[in-house]
Design a binder for this molecule. Structure first.
Ligand SMILES: [Zn+2]
Length: 424
């Protein structure tokens, strides 16, 4: 299959400063094979991207896809009450099929708002994998482990790793997931690290997000979350560290040496009344920072454009400096830097010859995107997920002219409505 994207205004996300040029892009199978002023090859499909900004698909570095049913559910209740009485009891009653349909709904929302790669942790990873495969998205998926019934979950992780690591060109990768420092004791962390080493894969873990969670760690171990993970050898393997709202200055020296990086989840941090992650400081220390929506229960949408906006706004307040961070720096976090956090930067995150064809086209012909004094600024501060017109993942068109290809959204909504009726 050959696809030609012609007349595109390409924002390739390759350099330290924005590179925006009119180009044609040729996709052969799942790879970007040419980027030239004019491509005249015979092709199977042509996408006319006149009036479109064409950029790499967005990389969502932290999700719980199956939590889509919690959208708006008891949002304004107190945190502990909300967790204990609204979220946990429902999660306990989720059936495997519920995980599939809930995850599928999140996948559809991600496609419709320009995300092409996600990094998920939850339970019943087999059902999340099924939903990801059905939707056509690229994803890293993990079975979240706490101190309870750890053996079975790690066994299942090993099983799925073996299945997907042997499939050539698989869009699914498997990570090990320890849930968080305050829910995993040293023994649990050790087992997770041992498995990640055995499989030569990474670990996806939350850092303390709220003040309370941070206090639990400090009281229990007399250490910061980062120091605790470092002493537990978690940084021997690539990591995705989520939130980072209580990173201390002394932690930054440790973080400079990790493989992977931080997943910044600004809307979740705001909703949990937690703290602002100092991504400006992390960035200045050359630590990779990606952006994540977390689950719908906190961010309310899977729209990475909304997440980028809040990330940018919070740093203006955090630094008391209008120039930090720039829109382009934020866009990098949502693309190539996010790909670095996930260890996928050789495959995705930029538009370059030889990379996987994960590409989105954004409709510039919108009132709220006019005039176009600065494309990057418009993308971060003015655009939203509904401006995404066309989505390609691994050389396959998943949405064109905002029409989903081969996905029955109505059916998925119906299934989720039944689950909501049963559980909420
Ligand atoms: Zn989370």
């Amino acid at each position: 299959m050959k696809i030609l994207i012609k007349n595109a205004t390409v924002l390739d996300m390759v350099l330290d400063n924005p590179n925006i040029q009119k180009k044609d892009i040729l996709i052969e199978k799942n790879i970007i094979s040419k980027i030239e002023d004019r491509i005249l090859d015979d092709v199977d499909k042509v996408i006319d991207a006149k009036n479109m900004i064409v950029m790499p698909g967005l990389v969502n570095t932290h999700t719980h896809l199956a939590m889509s049913i919690f959208r708006g559910y008891k949002n304004d209740s107190k945190l502990v009450d909300w967790l204990q009485n609204a979220i946990f009891p429902v999660e306990e009653r989720l059936k495997p099929d519920d995980i599939y349909w809930n995850s599928y709904l999140s996948c559809i929302e991600m496609i419709k708002s320009g995300t092409t790669t996600f990094n998920d942790m939850y339970f019943r990873m087999d059902k999340t994998i099924e939903a990801a495969e059905r939707s056509g998205l690229r994803g890293i998926i993990a079975w979240s482990v706490t101190d309870d019934s750890i053996k079975d979950k790690l066994e299942r992780t090993r099983e799925y790793f073996k299945k997907y690591s042997t499939e050539k060109d698989s869009k699914i990768k498997i990570y090990v997931s320890a849930h968080a420092p305050h829910t995993c004791n040293p023994e649990t962390l050790k087992k997770c690290v041992d498995l990640a080493k055995e499989l030569n894969t990474g670990i996806h873990i939350h850092l303390p997000e709220t003040l309370k969670e941070n206090e639990i760690i400090e009281e229990k171990y007399a250490q910061s979350g980062i120091e605790y993970l470092s002493d537990s050898d978690v940084f021997d393997v690539p990591v995705v560290l989520v939130h980072g709202t209580y990173i201390k200055n002394s932690d930054i020296d440790i973080l400079k040496h990790i493989k992977g990086g931080i997943s910044h989840t600004p809307r979740s941090n705001c909703k949990f009344s937690s703290n602002i992650c100092n991504i400006t400081k992390l960035h200045d220390a050359n630590i990779n920072v990606g952006i994540g929506t977390d689950g719908i229960e906190t961010s309310s949408t899977m729209d990475m454009f909304e997440e980028m906006k809040v990330a940018a706004y919070l740093q203006k307040i955090n630094t008391q400096e209008k120039s930090r961070m720039s829109a382009y720096e934020i866009l990098k976090m949502a693309t190539i830097e996010g790909a670095k956090v996930l260890g996928l930067d050789n495959e995705i995150g930029t538009i370059e010859v030889g990379k996987k064809a994960d590409i989105i086209c954004i409709n510039r012909n919108k009132t709220h995107l006019y005039p176009e004094n600065d494309i990057c600024s418009n993308l971060v501060y003015s655009a939203n997920g509904a401006d995404v017109d066309t989505v390609i993942v691994d050389g396959k068109i998943l949405m064109k002219n905002r029409r989903l290809i081969d996905i029955n959204e109505k059916e998925v909504k119906k299934k989720v409505a039944k689950i909501v009726k049963r559980l909420l």
